[in-house]
Design a protein around this ligand. Sequence first.
Ligand code: ARG
Length: 460
Amino acid sequence: MSTNKMWGGRFSAGPAAIMREITPSIDFDKRLAGEDLAGSRAHCRMLAQEGIISKDDGQAILGGLDTIEKEIAAGDFVFKRELEDIHLNIEARLAELIGPAAGRLHTARSRNDQVVTDFRLWVRSACERAGQGLLALQQALLAQAEKHAATILPGFTHMQVAQPVTFGHHMLAYVEMFARDRGRFEDTRKRLNESPLGAAALAGTSFPIDRDTTAKALGFARPMRNSMDAISARDFALEYLAACSIAAVHLSRLAGELVQWSTPAFGFVRLSDAFTTGSSIMPQKRNPDAAELIRGKTGRVLGDFVALATVVKGLVLTYGTDLQEDKERVFDAADTLEISLAAMAAMIADLTANPARMRAACEAGYPTATDLADWVVRVLKKPFREAHHIAGSIVKLAEDAGVGLDALSLADMQTVEPAITQDVFKVLSLDSSVNSRMSLGGTAPARVKEQLAYWKGLLK
Ligand code: ARG
């Protein structure tokens, strides 16, 4: 077995067969090809500009990299596992194409700064894609919110009917959550956007490189200050995974709502045939599979964060091949989040709300009991605790009679509190309850419309 032609100078024997199984990362890090070419181009131009390599060699290298880019795009590039990773695959092909000048590209560079430069670029784009996916989902939620600014459904706490709210208000709650998720990806992108290139193996280099030039060429805000930190830090990837995890948790909650709302017992929404699947045994079923999958996939994304945090934990400075394990976790989380966002946006756009079912569910649950208590406080000047007790006793009356609060007679209510007047009936309807919730951020359609206008301005 021959030694490795990229680094095998001091070796007299080749690797054990099992090493050829465990070492290669090419199967997954080929996804960094575009970033690797960009990093090599920036490095090569800087080397030629600083006179570290000749202009001719620089030109030859850039020409070779162009050819490789075309080969990869055309699917003609042969990725070889014996060449371990994307960096060595590209360098070896460059040598085939342009000869010994290829060997000058790696001057003043190490795979350690090379890989993490590529990876930062990749995660930077992933942050942007996540932001776009979240934006599209917000727009879908906003469109439903607009249609249903005044559609009443029960708001739940403890999964018990609590108070009537509007479907628009409910949709806009998720718009808020996904806005914070976007903010997390923007912050992650901003913080990671510094260049590790030029940190070389760990200590910097004796060649007179210009790190500002390469940083700028790659769209980084500046070079990282500390070469040891530059090659060993992976908190940018952890931060990305943390942002993915929180967004996935939010998606999972919304997915849970869809699953629940679409069961016949609720019937609040209907997903079209395009977003439901049948059962192989029960012909009546319309399963919300995509929602369940989104909810289920949350576990993988959280797992990706934990896996990488565990890899980095306890790893002394600087690089260890442990860090090769960073990429698959990030790729998996990115793929999972992106498909989940796209599927969720499509389902939200697809769903048809059923206002009648929403209202019926509300009526079954005495959701205006708080309005009754509030009336007793406002009009009869009772302390809230006492008013709560009075309203509770009236709910019990209605429950025993099997009717809604507004179907009780005034005389019935007066058996509990003689001072109650006809005026109380004004606050017992669902509509009056919702309309009265005019406090900032409240569910009154007038307030929901304000929130809508705010988000419409922002999400154009
Ligand atoms: N494939 C490696 C990784 O993914 C590239 C860096 C390897 N560096 C080294 N000195 N072995 O991290």
